[in-house]
Design a protein around this ligand. Sequence first.
Ligand code: XMP
Length: 525
Amino acid sequence: TILVLDFGSQYTHLITRRLRELNIYSEMLPCTQKIADLPFTPKGVILSGGPYSVYAPDAPHVDPAVFDLDVPILGICYGLQELAWHHGKDVLAGEKREYGHAALQLEKHVGSEAHVSKLFEGLPDDMDVWMSHGDKLGRLPDGFVTVATSANSSFAGIAHERKEYYGVQFHPEVTHTPRGVDLLRNFAAGICKARQDWTMASFVDKEIIRIRALVGEKGQCIGAVSGGVDSTVAAKLMQKAIGDRFHAVMVDNGVLRKNEAATVEKTLTAGLGINLTVLDRSSLFLDRLAGVTDPEKKRKIIGNTFYEVFQTEADKIAKEAENTPNAGKIEWFLQGTLYPDVIESISFKGPSATIKTHHNVGGLPEKMSLKLIEPLRELFKDEVRELGTSLGIPEDLVWRHPFPGPGIAIRIIGEVTPEKVRIVQEADLIFIEEIRRAGLYRKISQAFAALFEGKAVGVVGDQRLHGHIVGLRAVQTSDFMTADAFEFEWKVLREVRNRIGNEVGGVARVFYEISSKPPATIELE
Ligand code: XMP
């Protein structure tokens, strides 16, 4: 195990991610972790970056016992300052901000002796690195030598080769440092001799043990599932860990995709053995949406109605739970938060970084005074997919496009009516079927049908038809922050148009949206 001590840099999780990519097991703990309380003996320690200055009175510091572990240590950015500071309190030159690309040169001599640090073994003499720091080292701490420099920093890389302590001013964990992963391999696999045998299966085992320890022998947990990959993977992990003491709830809000509730029910219960309750509340939601045209109001109505329905059901399940032998109260709430959500909501309070939880279910656990359990919070989307596959979740579900919480209510411009919902559901199903048939589903990040306000004229046979106007949208994106419209071959769109005309009653026109994001967004409202 490599121990990563977190000083609150937004990049810290990337260190553990890069180590996972190298099949090396790591644990990330707060920088304030007491070394005597460590539940394992690490083969090496990485001190992360952080937004502080080691001189500041409230700056966080590692437990000095880390230096008695007698294992290699790598300090990154703030971690380098911290490492140096423990070897002499006067090592910093003070503030010197640097942000962006820098050219790194390896130092190939110590005095007159030829020497390349083990940390940089096999790496080129010049390499591109990413800098993001506030403080700068002013002198070498005792026993250290310079092993790399950059134009702005004579101490971009330092080493105490006998103790195997290393420090780098740049961030090897970000992709802007292209050879950074080789440096991390040199440290973890080379210098620390950590084994490269970690797999997703070991993540599952470890997570199950962690969940069982948290929840206890009798504890129970509740969570909402949507049919998307994140909530399904999280639910399957819970089911594996605590069986039926995990209660999944799915609310059919009337603005889901066609047949969604039934399909999810079948996959999750019969397929995955999850203890699931499906609540059909479509009329309640559609009644409340009647006459509402403002997109934010629609979102609010759907959100609030969801909490109401969920809470009522949770109370019911909690009552039943009290009467179940060998089961305790429901104290836990499952949330499928991923690491990118965590980064978005990181904030710093006091000496150590606190991470605010990302509420994609709007503060529900607090209102219900439940404790949060977030088994996916260290993972990125592609890792969640890999995990889903290793848990036996069907490929179709694992690779499913994301679907917004307010569903097709925000894909119907203007008022939501049952008739409009039907048209969007049917058109959407045809669009997705044709995308799959053309082998494009995985190439496209998100695709859907939508409905414009008003009607347009068309002809069906000899009749003029005043019919609805369907919009189709398909985008390619890596992060959903920016996106490009997908460039279909004409014949695919033509087939979709023909089928919508023939199979979905009441549609006069079909448009394909060509805007990228920005200036447009992915959804229409
Ligand atoms: P936009 O439209 O902002 O969408 O470009 C980016 C991503 O977010 C999804 N989205 C939502 N998801 N509730 C959600 O759960 C919402 O209100 C919402 N609005 C947009 C959208 O589907 C896309 O994946």
